[in-house]
Design a protein. Structure first.
Ligand code: LRH
Ligand code: MN
Length: 432
């Protein structure tokens, strides 16, 4: 198989050529359809082209579960190769200019070099992610019974120090946020004092908060369960919001879609966090049962649309303190991670475009008049409109591919990586 660099502008232009006329006629047809609804298609395309989502560095390698991991070929072996794959995703979608790193998985002793490597690839760095849910080789104190909320102050101090290291590394990279997710909790009723554990969390995060540079934000990520299976210290948005409001104006709540019980109304949580001016951002993915970390929009696209509907309402209302950081957080166990991350970024743009074309004036009228059916139908019409031409046109305006997966596959990039990245992949269990 011949190899072509899928990031090369000429390669992308030639890959787009066979799709150009179909896109042009589909775009014109959709434009006329939306015109009849009083919507200018180019306005939507511009907004979609400006929509950005960060790639999780841990998502470009094949993920796994506790039962096993089946690595693909040509996997990135270090953070520099992870960035290379991220640049392919960005060049072919035009939607993912930043990467969210996870320490120590992405630790390097040359963060300035990493920053330059990223810049050369056209990439920046989004929120840093700390990790006190695993013990590292040679780590003095274990996180088996918790980290920021451990009963032993020395363990808490070790966890706090790690988070401050993440801030220091992030500052060298140009990141301006730290995401703190901890697995701390209990497997048995009685194992922990539910109130004091939360107080220890507030004490530890207050120290981390003090270390935040002036223009940084701290994202508190709640999760209902796993690895703790009875009680998790930051179990829900309520605990997260209480912590953010206690810590200070730089603390915000991060919503990982997979961190809720099935059927929880996540768009309602988003509406409340917007109201509280504490919506920091998202870890987008999809799930059917637990924290499945499946591709965004692959299981519940209507739910994703309803989340973006709340974001568009907030945007239109010019909600104060509203700058949500969008990130993907997925585990790609059976697909090529580059393909999954490209299609997932595009599914977020789809939900955003669908929310943008909702006829808000008519919807408002039906709501005020309690014309329930027409209100529901008017909202749903955004979701049932095929906005694919807008998404493809937005990519073209960014010099990206009309058919990213097609362009990626015909480039032979993965096969080339298999050649360039020899070496046995570890088979163990676990998400990375
Ligand atoms: C926890 C989580 C968190 C990351 C980890 C990789 O489930 O969502 O955001 O640190 O996955
Ligand atoms: Mn997450």
């Amino acid at each position: 198989m011949t190899y072509a660099d899928p990031r090369d502008a000429n390669y992308i232009a030639s890959a787009n050529q066979p799709h150009a006329s179909a896109l042009a006629s589909d775009y014109t047809a959709l434009g006329m359809q939306l015109e009849r609804r009083g919507i200018k298609i180019d306005d939507i395309t511009r907004a979609v082209a400006n929509f950005k989502v960060a790639i999780p560095s841990w998502g470009v390698g094949t993920g796994g579960t506790r039962f096993g991991r089946f690595p693909g070929v040509g996997e990135p072996r270090n953070v520099f190769e992870k960035l290379q794959d991220c640049s392919v995703i960005h060049k072919l979608t035009g939607a993912t200019p930043t990467v969210s790193l996870h320490l120590p998985w992405d630790r390097t002793d040359d963060y300035n070099g990493l920053r330059e490597h990223g810049a050369a690839l056209g990439l920046g760095f989004d929120a840093m992610n700390s990790n006190t849910f695993q013990d590292q080789p040679g780590q003095p104190l274990s996180y088996k019974y918790g980290s920021l909320t451990h009963t032993d102050a020395a363990v808490r101090a070790q966890a706090v120090a790690h988070n401050i290291d993440c801030i220091k590394a992030g500052a060298l990279l140009g990141s301006r946020a730290l995401t703190v997710w901890i697995g701390d909790g209990a497997n048995f009723p009685g194992q922990t004092h539910l109130g004091r554990a939360f107080e220890r969390y507030l004490e530890s995060t207050a120290t981390i908060y003090k270390a935040l540079p002036g223009d940084w934000r701290m994202f508190i990520e709640h999760k209902m369960y796993e690895p703790a299976f009875y009680a998790t210290v930051i179990q829900d948005w309520g605990s997260s919001l209480m912590a953010a409001q206690t810590l200070g104006p730089k603390a915000f709540c991060l919503v990982d879609l997979g961190h809720h019980a099935p059927n929880v109304n996540i768009e309602m949580i988003v509406a409340r966090l917007v109201h509280a001016q504490r919506l920091g951002g998202f870890h987008f993915n999809d799930s059917k049962y637990g924290d499945d970390d499946l591709d965004a929009g692959s299981i519940e696209p209507f739910r994703l649309f309803l989340v973006f509907n709340e974001l568009v309402e907030a945007e239109l209302a010019k909600a104060p303190n509203f700058q949500p950081a969008h990130m993907l957080d997925q585990s790609h166990n059976v697909t090529d991670p580059v393909e999954s991350l490209m299609t997932s970024a595009i599914e977020l743009q789809r939900a955003y475009a669908q929310a943008l074309i909702v006829e808000r004036k008519a919807l408002h009228g039906y709501r005020i008049g309690n014309d329930v059916l027409m209100a529901a139908q008017t909202l749903k019409r955004g979701f049932t409109t095929d906005v694919s031409p807008i998404l493809a046109q937005a990519r073209v305006t960014r010099g990206a591919a009309i058919d990213p997966v097609g362009a990626y596959r015909s480039s032979g990039y993965r096969a080339k990586c298999a050649e360039m990245r020899p070496g046995k992949q570890s088979l163990g269990g676990g998400i990375v």
